[in-house]
Design a protein around this ligand. Sequence first.
Ligand code: A2P
Length: 294
Amino acid sequence: MKSLTDVFTLSNGVQIPCVGYGTWQTPNGDVARDSVVAALKAGYRHIDTAAAYGNEASVGEGIRLSGVARSDIFLTTKHWIMERGYTKTVAAVEASLKNLGTDYLDLYLVHWPCVEKSNPNWKEINAATWAGFEKMYKEGKIRAIGVSNYLPEQILALEETATVKPMVNQIEFHPGYYQPALVEWCQNHGMLVEGWSPLGCGAVLQDVTLGKIAAKYNKSVAQVCVRFALQSDVLPMPKSTHAERIAQNADVFDFELSDADMLAIRTMPPVGYSTYHPTEAPADSLFGGNYDVD
Ligand code: A2P
């Protein structure tokens, strides 16, 4: 990858710019709007949001204000756990389109799986949700569909009934918690892995090992984290609400981490783990999933 507009290619041929601009925890309103404008000014062409972030309206406003053509932007949003099931999923897509002020999504992701621990009918629930994804994909309202925070067990279960396989899995990925077995399995399974919290939600930025590596390249730890993802063939989505950091996190194409430094990062002690793991059903236990299936 040589620039922000270089792409990964999904299994259906859709191309996705190699660094996304993340918006988790960015408040709706001026902050989300202005930081999306700043990201597009800095050259990002890939924006990642979610219904659950509550900022789709301002993300959409930022896109329109930026002056960058919608067709030049890759826009992802995510389906929330309270909208599980076919009918609710279809309605959720329509709601996100309306909130974002757009008539299509580039990528739509299931935000969290329903897991066995939450509901014995987890397979059926996930399959019903996915059927809604497939309908909207086949109608052309979504260019690519995928999942987030899924483990192989849930992906394989989904594929028992799916007519379109998930093209993406978006998971927690950063130095100190990079899930190598899951990444390798997804990549061998034909899925693009996207990394959420590539900076460990800010928690890895003070790490001494990473600091030493960053100093060698005259770069920041945040930039090392973004490179670590790219050099692992994982698509990073750094989040910041500050224009200079937004630009800094994208200024990662003038250096390459050596094999030794990649190895040093892979073998450093765990740091920055969010504690959100699908088998613990964090989203369900925090917010209460919805298990009605129509
Ligand atoms: P802020 O939004 O105030 O800039 P992640 O992308 O892993 O979720 O990490 C996001 C966190 O890291 C946010 O708290 C963000 O703060 C902070 N952050 C993002 N980019 C940088 C940077 N280049 N330097 C320092 N902190 C950063």
